[in-house]
Design a protein around this ligand. Structure first.
Ligand code: NDP
Length: 290
């Protein structure tokens, strides 16, 4: 029975995910590095902004930080309560999940890698997909807490499996984003009306999340709203490529896509949305997708 939950990392995703917890649990602690955000969250949603040491006394601790290294550094300094379950919603590195899971097991704490998909809108509506790796019994115990933030919550395997699924998902997003940029640039070069083309493709076999939402809502209207930072996508494609390389698999498409996304991220404005990778291709083609 979960009495208390905590959320660590109130960023674009975490702030919204944590907002649902008070509807389901009496005690909800929040902590953020910039503590003003935690106080603001408490005011807005009735959570309790507390010191990190207190937050980690909860029965279930969520974290959602940029990278596995950030989570490792945080956990290193903490004394956790035996019986706690740490649910890490960061899009992280499978090897790190396995190490953290082993280290925390020695303290009788379960660590689940539980990255999420669905963007900030999914976090806001509690409709995220949660892909979970780790101990099956810990998954069952943490399920009610994850249910507060997600819609499809799946145990996908042992420790690290959740991070692996998430990395592959985001690589598929990246491959598709780049291909759509090339394809639609070709259409524009040949004088085709892009909006009409988009309607056709979205009723055909080439449709995807990119053609259905990213292209019309972020690229063609030139809004590129910053909800998922491009460096975070570059991190994820790097994790996906590592998965192939560590299994000694050929990766012609994924290797190239990782290089392209990495280069797009390195040359983009500091605070760019992932969709702004398209601008990198536009700088080569000299054709703007609008
Ligand atoms: P943000 O950059 O918006 O938020 C990052 C959060 O982590 C902030 O609360 C920040 O605190 C905190 N933080 C950063 N570094 C540290 C550190 N060293 N120690 C402690 N806290 C730290 O990121 P997102 O919310 O967009 O992403 C978080 C994770 O979720 C990433 O792994 C991302 O890949 C993944 N993700 C993001 C999605 C999206 O649409 N944005 C969708 C699905 C997954 P502070 O406020 O002090 O800077």
């Amino acid at each position: 029975m979960i009495q208390s939950v905590a959320f660590i990392g109130l960023g674009a995703m975490g702030y919204r995910m944590a907002s649902h917890l008070p509807k389901h649990f009496d005690t909800v602690y929040v902590w953020n590095r910039n503590f003003e955000k935690a106080k603001q969250h408490a005011n807005e949603y009735g959570t309790q902004a507390v010191k990190l040491e207190q937050a980690v006394q909860a029965d279930v601790i969520f974290s959602c930080l940029p990278t596995s290294t950030d989570v490792e550094n945080l956990i290193e300094s903490l004394q956790l309560k035996p019986g706690t379950i740490w649910v890490d919603c960061t899009s992280g590195v499978p090897d790190s999940a396995r190490t953290l899971s082993e280290t925390l097991k020695a303290q009788n704490v379960d660590y689940l890698d539980a990255p999420v998909s669905g963007q900030t809108i999914g976090a806001e509506n509690a409709t995220l997909t949660v892909m979970v790796g780790g101990d099956a019994a810990a998954f069952e115990r943490a399920y009610p807490a994850m249910q507060a933030i997600g819609k499809l919550i799946k145990h996908v395997g042992t420790s690290g499996a959740g991070f692996a699924v998430k990395a592959v998902n985001n690589m598929l997003l990246a491959v598709n984003l780049w291909s759509v940029a090339e394809g639609f640039t070709a259409l524009k070069a040949h004088g085709v009306n892009l909006n009409e083309a988009l309607d056709c493709i979205n009723a055909s076999s080439g449709k995807s999340g990119v053609t259905e939402t990213v292209l019309p809502q972020r690229v063609l209207n030139r809004s590129f709203p910053v909800t998922f930072a491009l460096p975070l996508l570059a991190k994820d494609t790097g994790i996906a490529l590592d998965l192939l390389q560590s299994a000694k698999l050929p990766a012609p498409v994924i290797g190239l896509t990782q290089s392209l996304i990495q280069a797009a991220s390195a040359t983009a404005d500091e605070n760019s949305d992932f969709s702004a990778a398209v601008k990198f291709y536009e700088s080569w083609s000299k054709i703007t997708l609008e």
